[in-house]
Design a protein around this ligand. Structure first.
Ligand code: SAM
Length: 246
């Protein structure tokens, strides 16, 4: 992972790449939680929903099992999986993000929310068939610890599916990511939530992060097997799928 630190917005905002940024990241998400879904809708024009559908297809029949939605945020993955999954734990260390998503969960769905850090899961080993992480692990300092925890809680034969923005490497990725990061994220995110600095952090966090191949290597180092990745369209986000042998 690139250890590069980028300029933040001052002492109170998180700095991408800072290994001690977790409390500032949590406070930032707590601040933008009420407007997060609205901003997301404008910024992604619904494309994130298509990306999540692709990720859910990658789960195969594990989508009907016990699922952990890690860094669940406002629970878009949880809501999409709730009608078919046996059970879902939606885990995030920012309670206001989980609260902002509660209304999306259908009545009667077997969903439990847990407020905890992805680096130290208060969950039993080998208790899930699938772990999904949507646009979250990039914000976790020591993401290798979160990957090791995801590996620990998965059963043999389980699958980890990650959708995220990785550090761009190709020309096309640089073009799309550059436009998105410099224009769409801070301007639209700032206008809708009134917090442009948070969206500048999110943009900067992509540059101080793994490229997709590096992240696949981190999954392998965490004990996952058959790790594969691919670019989604438009080439801003990518999908990484990693399996537990068994
Ligand atoms: C961009 S939102 C993710 C939203 C959601 N997963 C989705 O698919 O849209 C990132 C989330 O990661 C959470 N997060 C960041 N660092 C975390 C950590 N160390 N442990 C748990 N959650 C964390 C934040 O609180 C935030 O809600």
């Amino acid at each position: 992972m690139s250890g590069e630190l980028l300029a933040g917005d001052g002492a109170d905002g998180p700095v991408p790449g800072d290994p001690n940024r977790a409390p500032a990241v949590r406070d930032m998400f707590a601040r933008i939680a009420p407007g997060y879904d609205r901003a997301n809708k404008f910024m992604s024009m619904g494309i994130d929903r298509a990306w999540r559908r692709i990720a859910i297809r990658a789960l195969g029949d594990r989508a009907r099992g016990d699922i952990l939605d890690l860094c669940a945020g406002t629970m878009d993955f949880t809501a999409a999986l709730a009608p078919t999954a046996k059970s879902i734990v939606a885990l995030d260390f920012c309670a206001p993000m989980l609260e902002a998503g509660m209304a999306k969960i259908p009545a009667g769905a077997n969903v439990r929310t847990v407020c905890a850090d992805a680096r130290e899961l208060p969950l039993a080993g080998a208790s899930f068939d699938a772990v999904v992480i949507g646009f979250g692990i990039r914000n976790v300092p020591e993401p290798e610890r979160a990957l090791a925890e995801a590996r620990r809680v998965l059963r043999p034969g389980g699958v980890l599916v990650v959708v995220d923005f990785f550090r761009p490497t190709t020309l096309a990725q640089r073009f799309f990511a550059g436009t998105y990061n410099r224009v769409v994220l801070p301007i639209v995110g700032g206008l809708v939530t009134g917090d442009a600095s948070a969206y500048r952090y999110l943009a900067g966090s992509m540059a101080a992060w793994y490229d997709r191949e590096g992240f696949e290597g981190a999954c392998t180092a965490a004990g996952f097997a058959r790790v594969t990745g691919r670019e989604l369209f438009p080439p801003v986000a990518s999908l990484v799928v990693a399996r537990v042998e068994g």
